[in-house]
Write a protein that binds this ligand. Sequence first.
Ligand code: DQA
Length: 146
Amino acid sequence: MTRTIYILNGPNLNLLGAREPEIYGTQTLEDIREMCAARADALGFAIAFHQTNNEGELVSLVQEASEQAAGLILNAAAYTHSSIALHDALKSCTIPAIEVHLSNIFTREDFRHHSYVSPAVTGMICGLGGQGYLLALEALATWRKA
Ligand code: DQA
């Protein structure tokens, strides 16, 4: 059985650290990658960590994860609120998937309250900053379908 968890990050998350730090904090995406690699290692998993600004590439990575990974963590960023293609890719995904957002999307603008990702994933974590990724890793490491 594969012991790799895919962690996929959507548009503008490459700017973390500098981007609206009052909302997203000061951790960079590389800080989050390092934290995730260490926690995954402790849990007996490897990670495949990606960021892309391209919707089609994100769809292809979800398809790749479904074929090659034990689980998927996805922060689709703004595509969360717009992408039916991503929704469809997740509906075809055969591994457990967790949606993560650094900020609490429900306390922000109305257009962030709707997610095309949520109805197609196993679970969702938001509002806990980078720690959300670690909680998602722990959930996937022990997840069993009820
Ligand atoms: C985000 C929330 C989204 O609404 C936003 O477009 C992002 C980041 C988050 O992690 O809080 O780019 O996914």
